[in-house]
Write a new protein. Structure first.
Lengths: 358, 358, 358, 358
């Protein structure tokens, strides 16, 4: 009889449940991970609300830290008992898209090898990691050993938040000496701020309203924080830059208002780097876009995944380049995860990220 | 008494006139060019219609081929009588923007050195070249000698059409083996098609309706031309690419409809390279944008200028990499330029570009 | 009893033999290909001469065109009987190096995932394809279906020669309007010339001595060919470029003399793109290197592999962007391959490439 | 009668002198700067020793901080009395090279517009700034206002040391998460270390022997410093990286030994970013170069100049991204500059950089 485990599943819109499921088997190229720490993402909340459809009874969660329990027979170079993480995005490595560097759009099952968001599998197309165990597919491409000396919580942001936030600065091609604006300082915006700082921006302007987040923004690297409930962020950015505008603006919320403010904050030739998950059509105002003649760029990034990305991210933490532990504001055991969802979904008690330990 | 010359000036919306003006003086860093051939651009039509405001009595035109008549006293390395062109965009070379490579957004007069469209001066902020003589500002940065053996008409497209069209392929970063769609095959779209071919695209799909332009598209490098009056271009592109979508789509018309079709034609991770001059806000449909998670890029380009750009473009013509002479479908003397405007504005008689000779 | 096949094996320096070997089994992630056409590479000659060590009895050859005979049980998305090629470089797709885009330096077996030349396996670390059958490792990452309508000989250059030659132009970042010099017009140099042409170089100067290769160079895109037995190539290049030097020089021979001439041909800020396999230390003369202050770049490329690369290369042939069939100057059956080696190693009879058909 | 000023001139090899010279006139595009602080560079020492030839009686020095004394009549956007710096490299902005972004190889006087090192003019082809006054040529492209609140010494490294050092990290394309080795921690090596840190390297390994420089290396961002008099740096780097090698190695000394060690320290696919001024031919050992097949890159950078570069560098200091004040270890008045040369040339007393005040 199969061993059982606890798993948080999506039942139907606005209904989740902690259920018993069999501990899964591993295929030849997979690995089974015993989850030691995981977390809840804004995307999970979208799923719970029914805004992003997944199958009923799917286990949620895409940010696993754990220990290798079992390796598929084609998986080598790892050992059982080893501490690892896997990215929220699990590329095959072998699709046309992945071989071309578009790991997040991996579509191995398709003839042409590309699928929108295809690299995102945990808690989307396969069972996720808000459970005692999770199967990591294409394990050779996705298992990333945790460097000695790093705790679970220190690497907990790597699978999604940190990878996505940094991508905002990377895809925006932030250069030494750039001025950068980051709209919204939730967990991803904070990581974008940290990423802009790490790439050498010489002035970083964050836009946020919540007091705890404003403070955190300063800690991770913002030089100025504009409280948008108080002042118009575009006007303030223009003042701070002497009317020039910023080289790169990063959208980390997913709204028309912030997207548009990002565009209006740019210097001619600047780049809008978009991380937000939008839920409406977007409008590009003619004037903000200089009728298409401003040499502007709008670039979007889905969380980069795969073990090489995870290795690089963990190396920045091992190298003490940034400290994301303060982002973990609350801690729950897996048995109380429904309570954690409630707190996180309603953004109560200054919550940033919650650590869940099975 | 100052020598006189003929010049085509903007009087008021829907009214232009060929008038007598004094032949201008040259400042220390300028050059006076005797225009031997020029042409009319779609942008000129916008100006005439009053859709883009310029001062009354400004001489129009931004595509000069001519002969150096007089050099300012700080201009060296050229000689009077030398055949030259200058780009539609005349950067100073010395502004912050220009030194950073953003020549089209040159704002030398501003403290921070950037101005939207600031590099575009001819027929916009200073007198243009639909005249017997034109002053080229910052001549050291802008006078590009015409290689021996090339005729005026062979280089006539370099100042604007060719530079802009190629920029569509360049900013889109077309790679060897890419599939590219180019929406609209007017002069700029045709040059974008030629540019995609020159950068090694292995399949180029043009979208156009006018018979002459469809034929021309095939000549300059399109493998397939979709007549959008007959078939839905996005559907056809998906068929031609096996459902994959194109790597790069180039917008060369300036409408919501083509902008949107460009986005819908892209593979995940693809780039929309926009050349069009828009006259309305643009909408990005949520589904076409994969909610912001498709690793898409939208890049815009204003005509690159400066003498190095002109040198490179003329070298492709000297090297017989493309032949744009067929684009010149009609020829007028400057004294008949109002007639040429009428023909060009109304797109009569299969007109592509007109050559104007003072 | 295992089925037998013919295979050309390395025995010891200067000794090869066509031997009987068992048709190999396929592992779970492999595919067995029945080879229909293959060829001999200059690298094979190095191996035969003992200049590059491989194990005795290893089957040589790394350029397979064939038909899928059998698929490993984890390999999906293909069918037996399908026509395919695989690159000379077979990345795993799942190593740290491969996930970072360095497919040729794939080191899946190592803890840090990088190994010099690690992606080159056929005829190096595993049996190659100068045989009736060959096993393609990591088949999902490496099997590339041949587009309908292309013959074996039309795609025979893709696995190595074309991929390497194009990489010379790509790594050199050849731009529209560049001037490019290509030193040596053997098969790889010819493909570099074709690649420079495909990326939009407006003047291509090839350097070669052999009459047939000079002719071929002109056919694939060279504007000028300098016979170095007649004239000093650096002097000639300086004449042709008005003393400026080339933007990119491509080394396709592997000698100090050509490496140095490449460097001396560059403009300040130019790029030396090196493809040659060297067999001695190289010297960078102080003057040619402007004491390290010339903003020069020296970049090297090992043949890019993997199915996405093969797909792109075949698409350029399907799109009629270049025609490499004339490179196949001789044809042999596998049973006569030793004779083909003799012809090719001694460069007799104007041989460029030989097609071998089992 | 022309006003006189003190200027340090090169007389003949190993002989310099502080002499009286007339305060120079300004041409139409120039500016006259009253120097308030300058410094001595290793390159000046090369000149003094006769290793790099300049004309007798040329004023030395290429790192000016000062106040605008007089503006040429075509120079606008500045005011007399304004505090400015100019880069060691003064591009025209208007040459072919400069318009293409190669400011350091500016050759405005040549037909093709490129000249090796042509952007370096101060103390090389025109009088430099170790004087009471200096003429800045092409002032519109080169005068960079000092932000309020920054002292002379805070911006003194921008014209050369900082621009060059950062270029080592920039041309090497250091990415977030990279491992970087920097060979030699003189002023330029220290700035390269700081630049690697600013671009997000997660492990920086410096190589140096002098105690004060080892300490300073740690302060500006090195995680490990290898004392090469004690240990073999390549072996140590391999240990620190688990046998992988570094992503980028930066050469900041100019010797065969360090160049070679840089190459041997690289992972396959890594980049050697060279800043050193060499005085001998260089050897690339065959094994370190993997016979040309390692996907290695060797890139060189000459100090980027122009006012946009200076603006960006000063913004990193204004933003407190790094503090280079400790590099100024000694201070002299211009009247004692010969003594300062003696100290600096002989590297006595732990000297890093000297500040010279007229």
């Amino acid at each position: 009889m199969a061993k059982k485990m606890k798993a948080l599943v999506f039942v139907e819109p606005n209904r989740i449940a902690l259920e018993d499921k069999p501990v899964p088997d591993v295929g030849a190229n997979d690995a089974l991970i015993r989850v030691t720490t995981t977390t809840i993402c804004g995307t999970d909340i979208h799923i719970v609300k029914g805004e992003y459809p997944v199958e009923s009874r799917l286990t949620l969660g895409h940010e696993p830290v754990g220990v290798i329990e079992k390796l598929g027979k084609n998986v080598h170079g790892y050992r059982e008992g080893q501490r690892v993480i896997a990215g929220a995005i699990c590329p095959s490595g072998t699709s046309y898209a992945s071989l071309d560097g578009f790991h997040a759009q991996d579509g191995q099952a398709r003839a042409h090898g590309i699928k929108p968001l295809g690299g995102w599998r945990f808690g989307n197309t396969i069972d996720g990691c808000q459970a005692e165990y999770v199967v990591v597919p294409d394990a050779m491409a996705n298992l990333a050993p945790v460097p000695d000396g790093l705790t679970d919580e220190e690497v907990l942001m790597c699978p999604d938040i940190l990878s996505t936030g940094f991508a905002g600065a990377e895809s925006g091609n932030v250069r030494i000496g750039d001025t950068v604006a980051v709209f919204a300082q939730g967990p991803i915006g904070l990581c974008a701020t940290a990423g802009a700082r790490l790439r050498g921006a010489s002035m970083i302007i964050a836009v946020e309203r919540v007091r705890e987040r404003i403070e955190m923004a300063r800690k991770v690297g913002a030089d100025h924080v504009i409280d948008f409930s108080d002042k118009d962020p575009v006007e303030e950015i223009m003042k701070l830059t002497g009317g020039r505008g910023v080289d790169v603006s990063i959208e980390a919320l997913g709204l028309q208002q912030t997207f548009e403010a990002c565009l209006r904050s740019l210097r001619p030739g600047g780049t809008l780097s978009s991380l937000g998950v939008y839920s409406t059509d977007l409008k590009i105002p003619l004037d903000a876009f200089t009728a298409g003649l401003g040499d502007h760029r709008i670039v979007t990034s889905l969380c980069p995944g795969g073990k090489e990305r995870m290795r690089r991210l963990m190396s920045t933490i091992a190298g003490a380049r940034l400290d994301l532990k303060p982002l973990v504001t609350h801690r729950y055991s897996l048995s109380d995860i429904e309570e954690a969802y409630d707190l996180f979904a309603n953004q109560r008690d200054g919550v940033m990220k919650v650590a869940i330990t099975p």
